[in-house]
Ligand binder design. Structure first.
Ligand SMILES: [Zn+2]
Length: 88
């Protein structure tokens, strides 16, 4: 019996080189900013302030975490407002 010693990580990289990355949204930070991960090679991208895609570096992860926090705070506030206006 022959055992094949495949390296699964080598295939996705070739795939991406040939066909391009296959990015999927992994996180919605705000309405406009999202984080993407390539399902083949796990490369990560994010949307910057200009709306273009850039590499998701630790720096941008930090920025996105702050943006997400602000976004959530705003969402919570608007929810409160909606509840209050439905009462009064
Ligand atoms: Zn890829």
């Amino acid at each position: 019996m022959k055992t094949t010693n495949k390296k699964p990580t080598a295939i996705p990289k070739i795939y991406c080189t040939l066909f391009g990355h296959d990015y999927q949204v992994t996180k919605k930070v705000t309405y406009h900013v999202k984080e993407y991960t390539c399902c083949h090679c796990k490369r990560q991208l994010t949307t910057n302030s200009n709306g273009s895609l850039i590499e998701l570096t630790p720096k941008f992860k930090e920025i996105n975490a702050i943006l997400e926090h602000i976004h959530h705070t705003r969402m919570e506030r608007s929810k409160e407002k909606a509840i209050l206006s439905s009462i009064y």
